[in-house]
Design a protein around this ligand. Structure first.
Ligand code: DC
Length: 191
């Protein structure tokens, strides 16, 4: 039987990771957190260079899919965002993401899941939250977040866009549990 893929995309601070995790548990699907691949690669690269990144990807496939270490430090996040803008890095991570959890249904979360990595996903979701609220959640100023949004949306390699046919999910108002349940009902209706 074909596996089912549900994609969850959205900008920084939209709460997509928490939603995706809760949704995967409710659906009984595996969770692919694609941001972790970029963060794991950042941990492996002492210096951020394309040549080094390409070598590290080829030599550390297993680590990239189940990384450990200081994945959420500011330094790692910064390096990850530079690596994520390199077309060659995205090209090499693409087959790794597609081949993850073979035969298992997945919820895939990131910024290009529905548009690039899983264009044939059964259900696509784009999570929306106003920039003022996302800035509060991330603890950064609106100006900083707007700059990051601009970089994410305008970069040449896999820009963060609303995939064709995606459900636009408003992730404001209500507890996390409530929003997960709301999303679960919406997605289940389309499976
Ligand atoms: O979602 P996150 O903060 O863990 O992502 C880490 C970095 O990787 C961030 O700069 C965005 C980037 N990223 C990406 O470009 N494409 C994805 N599918 C996931 C993350």
């Amino acid at each position: 039987m074909e596996r089912t893929v549900v994609t969850i995309d959205g900008l920084a601070g939209s709460g997509k990771s928490s939603l995706a995790k809760g949704l995967a548990i409710k659906l009984g699907f595996e969770l692919l957190n694609s941001g972790l691949l970029y963060r794991a690669l950042a941990l492996l690269c002492a210096e951020v260079s394309e040549v080094d990144a390409v070598r590290k990807i080829k030599e550390n496939r297993e680590f990239l899919l189940s990384p450990s270490g200081d994945l959420y430090s500011e330094d790692t996040a910064k390096k990850a965002s530079v690596l994520a803008a390199m077309p060659k890095v995205r090209e090499l991570l693409l087959p790794i993401q597609r081949a993850s959890f073979p035969g298992r249904s997945i919820v895939a979360e990131g910024r290009d899941m529905g548009s690039v990595v899983f264009p044939d996903a059964k259900v696509k979701v784009f999570v929306e939250v106003p920039v003022s609220e996302r800035a509060l959640r991330r603890g950064v100023s609106e100006v900083v977040l707007e700059e990051r949004d601009k970089r994410d949306k305008e970069r040449e390699a896999a820009p963060a866009i609303i995939p064709d046919g995606a459900i636009i999910f408003d992730n404001t108002g209500g507890s996390l549990e409530y929003k997960i349940e709301e999303l679960y009902q919406l997605v289940r209706g389309r499976l």
